[in-house]
Design a protein around this ligand. Sequence first.
Ligand SMILES: Nc1ncnc2c1ncn2[C@@H]1O[C@H](COP(=O)(O)OP(=O)(O)OP(=O)(O)O)[C@@H](O)[C@H]1O
Ligand SMILES: [Mg+2]
Length: 292
Amino acid sequence: MGIEVTVEGLTKSFGRQTVWEDVTLTLPAGEITVLLGPSGTGKTVFLKSVIGLLRPERGRVLVDGVDMVRGSDRELYRARRRFGLMFQDGALFGSLNLYDNVAFPLREHTRKTEAEIRRIVLERMEMVGLNGAEAKLPGEISGGMRKRAGLARALVLDPEIVLCDEPDSGLDPVRTSYLSQLLVDLNAQIGATMLIVTHNLDIAATVPDHIGMLFRRRLVAFGSREELLTSRQPVVRQFLGGRREGPIGMSEEKDEAQLALEEPYQEAGPEPLPRQLQPSPGLPPRRRAVLR
Ligand SMILES: Nc1ncnc2c1ncn2[C@@H]1O[C@H](COP(=O)(O)OP(=O)(O)OP(=O)(O)O)[C@@H](O)[C@H]1O
Ligand SMILES: [Mg+2]
């Protein structure tokens, strides 16, 4: 079951470069949050800070009483076991087959027997649609399969919090739709609190309960899916509309003079709000649906 993550006044710099400052948000227990933001705004740095791989200089990240920023190495090591992390690039071990890749956290962090490990690995691989591919090496499978193997590996320790860094990158539109459904189904099945970083507008529109957006070294927006999808905030509209017009520039933010020269973007009336994906038939309802 998922647990809440509270982020308070978080600030992270590398040397003199501030990545973001004063980020405050709550990831509600068992719910799905999507984090958006142009490239380089620090989304990956944020995920790594939440799990304690990077230590921001100010603020707190509270996970069941443990501060992931100031906690001791021992506290962090224990707290990290409650997380499943899917890296941006899959991060599979190239010389291990998929079975051994997915089994790795169990062999590393638990004293389970090989028979127990086998049961868990096969169950998780089936969840992500990889049954039958256990003996394949990462180099022998498609990018989409590697993503799903990374997801299966993130799930073996029954995480209460799942962090996914661009699970859709490199996937075709159909695979991305399957992935969206998979994320919602996983949430219904394991009830974990989920934070997904993505650039994919379909995932942002149909999967999460909440959406946050990083821009100009700030968390410029955070709210329910419905609030963000109907937001009038220029940066949110530009990002969700995938447009050139607006405060986000090619390599960095546009300056005021540049913005003033721009023709205002004419929107074609309000779009209907996309429906949120529901778990596949036969699965339990999601925790958020039960609470409502
Ligand atoms: N270990 C590090 N040392 C120094 N600077 C770093 C380090 N990791 C990240 N940065 C810097 O922090 C900023 C944010 O990087 P990050 O990878 O979090 O961006 P992102 O939002 O995930 O981008 P993308 O969408 O392209 O993945 C970048 O300017 C990057 O160069
Ligand atoms: Mg990134």
